[in-house]
Unconditional design. Sequence first.
Length: 147
Amino acid sequence: MYKLWIFLHLFGVVVWVGGMFFVLHCLRPALADLQPALRAPLMVGVLERFFRYVIVSLALIWVSGVGLAARLGAQAMQSGVLAMIVLAAVMTAVFVWIRLGHFPRVRQALAVSDLPGAAALLEKLRRLVLLNMVLGILALAAVTLWR
């Protein structure tokens, strides 16, 4: 069961952190080649799909994380694992804010054809995603490099 928990945990992390890297460093720069009227709708469509996968990834990460923690026991957890848990909790809170607090405002601006407003909100969203990506990389570093 341990290997299954590890697989599910890593799969969730790869989808979430890798997806953030892709959106920030591949998709977003490529959108600069599109007409402004196409950028925001495309980004919103991509994020709608990506966020569904993030929700599934979060479920995998937290359920497998609890399974792994139960196997380890609180006494055996190293400081890197504890740091990873704290960072994951912060990342989850940031994602909830993005998905439930910020992203609906982006969709609303787009629905009323407020492209400048949608673009400004997407820029704020980009910063939140960048924060989460950095936290994700720090969590990976904590659990693999910090003993």
